[in-house]
Design a protein around this ligand. Structure first.
Ligand SMILES: [Zn+2]
Length: 318
């Protein structure tokens, strides 16, 4: 007999959808949460979007799934938080939580004594991730980012079964150019794996644009993974298109503020020693030059002329 379930204070009886706002500790910040308690037994899956507030194909796809999936079709439970970064979404701020200027996807597992971003990460971990069987976190290229479509899967956890399931799930992401094994530990999805919860992070779309076609591809990626997990009916389709597996990546940040000139664009093959770009000041002096340390392919390149010290400029991998 299925039970009523509660996430973040929002309760859903079997066969129903519930929506509401989940408080974040002692702050006045609230997370918008939708809970679908399926009619049948099955796994619990957390789906998050807008940890970065301007990655629109993912955000719109997750809105639509949370609003439209029929609880009668669901075996298990689906928990949606979207947008996680409400103010970043509304204010169109790339990367950060406006209230504290921090990149939420570098703050996991969070800290109940920290600033707002630390507290959101803590609540997301303790009240949501730990109570589900799988976490899908959704992203894309933020306002300045021109990038490829990819799926990240965690590479760090003592729970090898969580790592195995995460990697297996990537076979069901139908629309992706690359799959990337992550060695990081402080992003939402890879911290989930450290807690023993299998997880993936999806990336599709860029530069804060979105289209119906991208949203459709994104929804197909998510629903096919949900079929693989047995939460949605129908046969999961295994991806047959060849996909490049990235095992080493370099993510470069700007060493100075000024003007950014990229010499390559996404999907370009680069050779070791090839110049990737440079930063100049407002008087034409070159402040920093960037060269590839190994042969690889460009995953993401910042498309804006303006660059601020510490912000991402380019990512490549092999
Ligand atoms: Zn993102």
């Amino acid at each position: 007999m299925k039970q009523t379930i509660t996430f973040g204070g929002i309760s859903a009886a079997p066969g129903t959808r519930a929506q509401g706002w989940a408080p974040v500790l002692d702050t006045d910040y609230k997370l918008p949460v939708s809970v679908i308690n399926g009619s049948k037994e099955g796994k619990s899956v957390l789906i998050t979007s807008a940890i970065h507030g301007c990655e629109y194909p993912s955000i719109e796809a997750v809105f639509r799934l949370a609003e439209r999936l029929n609880p009668e079709d669901v075996s298990g439970q689906l928990v949606f938080i979207n947008p996680v970064n409400v103010d970043g979404f509304l204010q169109r701020r790339p990367y950060i939580i406006p209230q504290d200027g921090k990149n939420l996807n570098r703050l996991f597992p969070g800290n109940p004594e920290g600033s707002l971003g630390d507290k959101i990460a803590y609540v997301l971990t303790e009240e949501f991730q730990r109570n589900v069987d799988f976490h899908i976190d959704t992203h894309g290229g933020d306002i300045p980012e021109r990038q490829m479509a990819y799926v990240y899967y965690p590479g760090v956890s003592e729970n090898t079964e969580a790592l195995r399931i995460s990697e297996e799930a990537t076979d069901y992401v139908l629309h992706a150019d690359f799959m990337i094994k992550s060695q990081a530990t402080n992003h939402a999805y890879n911290y989930a794996a450290i807690c023993g919860i299998p997880s993936i992070e999806l990336e599709l779309g860029d530069c804060a644009t979105w289209s119906e076609a991208e949203v459709a591809l994104y929804m197909e990626n998510i629903t096919n993974v949900l079929r693989y997990l047995g939460v949605l009916p129908g046969e999961a389709v295994k991806r047959t298109a060849p996909i490049k597996r990235i095992t080493q990546g370099e993510y470069l940040d700007a060493d100075a503020s000024g003007r950014w000139y990229a010499y390559v664009t996404r999907e370009d093959r680069v050779r070791k020693g090839q110049k990737l770009g440079e930063i100049r000041d407002f008087f034409g002096h070159v402040l920093h030059e960037y060269y590839a340390k190994f042969d690889g392919v460009v995953l993401m390149v910042v498309a804006t002329l303006a660059i601020k010290k510490g912000d991402a400029i380019i990512a490549y991998g092999d």
